[in-house]
Design a protein around this ligand. Sequence first.
Ligand code: ADP
Length: 537
Amino acid sequence: MAQSMGVEKALAGGQRALYAVGERVSGTAGLREVLEETLRRVIDLLRADAGAIFVVEEAARELVLSASLGLSERFAAQEARLPIGTCMCGLSVEGADTLYVVEDVRVEPRCVIGNCIEDGFRSLLCLPLRAGGKVWGLLRLHGRKVGAFNRQRSSLLVFVGSQLGLAIQRTRLQEEIDQLLRRVEAERATLDSLMRSLVDGLVLVDADGQVAYWNPSAERYLGLSADVALGQRLEAILAHLCTIMQDPAEKLHDLRRALTDVASCPQVEFMVTSPAPRTLQARFLPVEGRHGLGIVLRDVTAERQLDEMKSQLLSTVSHELRTPLASIKGFATTLLRDDVQWEPAAQREFLQIIDQEADRLSELIDNLLAMSRLEAGVLRMDLGRVELAPLISEVVAGMELRARGHTLAADVPADLPEVWADDRRVRQVLHNLIDNALKYSSGGEVVVRARHEGDAVQVSVCDQGMGIPSDQLTRIFERFYQVEGAGKRRAGGAGLGLSICKGIVEAHGGRIWAESTPGLGSTFHFTLPVQPPPGKD
Ligand code: ADP
């Protein structure tokens, strides 16, 4: 009786101590520390001679040694990883028992005893570490004596086992959460850098109508920093848009419609004047899941300019083609009339007009072809040594007919060096410049000069016409650019000649520019190289 009282007292003391161990396990220390500390205390309390704690690695179906005490280095190294499903340890984590006690390893067929015997261990205790219906690890104790572990006393370990199981489970879950968070963070960072580097503006509006995302392109297009825009209500953003938008009343109506009913109005195009003049296309996309709205802002300025240019080209070209064609058709029909006998002089005059208009047509077509080749970067240059004096005389002579009411002359020194150029293209440039000089002056002199200047020859076409305002002297070389005013209407033209001259001269490595005094006249200069580039002779 007294003996059984003593045992109960001892049991109660052991239980308290093991509870204390179990409680420490649920503290906040790192897993390895917890395992080592618990192992040390359990070995102490159960007077074991050695012990080890393994953690289950599910993917590899292995037990990984995570803490050990009292094992020889050799033993610990050999049992660093144990397969699940073989030997006593590997089987115990698959079994249903809470505790496995082996009185004598030599008589237990499931034990692979080599290591135990070499280290002098005879008895064994295996405690699967369970939590949440799963085994997370294994605690193993070794005794040098046969029957070192009393099953009843050892059963107190079960509480420690479940606490350790919980600790491992918690660590594993924490690891998984950390991994997941790292992945989410990495994906968020990728997405964020993608959205930040988008050329398009991107705005997200949440279900409460507040701006939740505003990328740098949205800042650039709308002149509102993310700091200011984030958290603002859409109304405030629309109010800002009104201050920078063209036709705010009409566009605001469209924007509001898009914001309230995306399906009926999925995109709105509007022009802003600040921070830079742009045409923006806003596309509205419902954001799934967040019940908000995404707005993608695309800068379509260049596209719209191109559209505008195309239609301008079409209308000017068709107009320019129609005018000479109408003359040719008119005079040809007149000449062919059976009911009229034309005097030879009149016939000749009509034929001359037909000839001139056909020239105009072919010049226009030449210019259009040159322009499309320049645009495509495939203007073929047939470069060689060109004598400019006869070339200038020939072009001037060929245009004399057109120069009625003007004095057209060439003033070229006899000792002008040859230039390295494409004969046909230089004629085209000169032709365009003289044609302009005649078109934009109502009489007076048009003189073509040339002089040797350093390593180039400079050719100048000088007129006494209406002149060009100084602020437009460089713009006239842009495609389609025409100086506003009466001259433009009277002279017609497609606004292409000077841009083609510029392209051709620059393809030679030369320069073209204009000087002018409005009301008194203009001079256009261009240079051509005297020498070919090295190795091209
Ligand atoms: P186009 O003559 O077909 O309009 P160009 O490219 O040859 O096209 O010229 C562009 C514009 O430059 C002309 O529309 C005209 O306003 C101006 N310009 C060109 N040459 C002269 C000139 N000699 N005198 C005055 N204005 C000129």
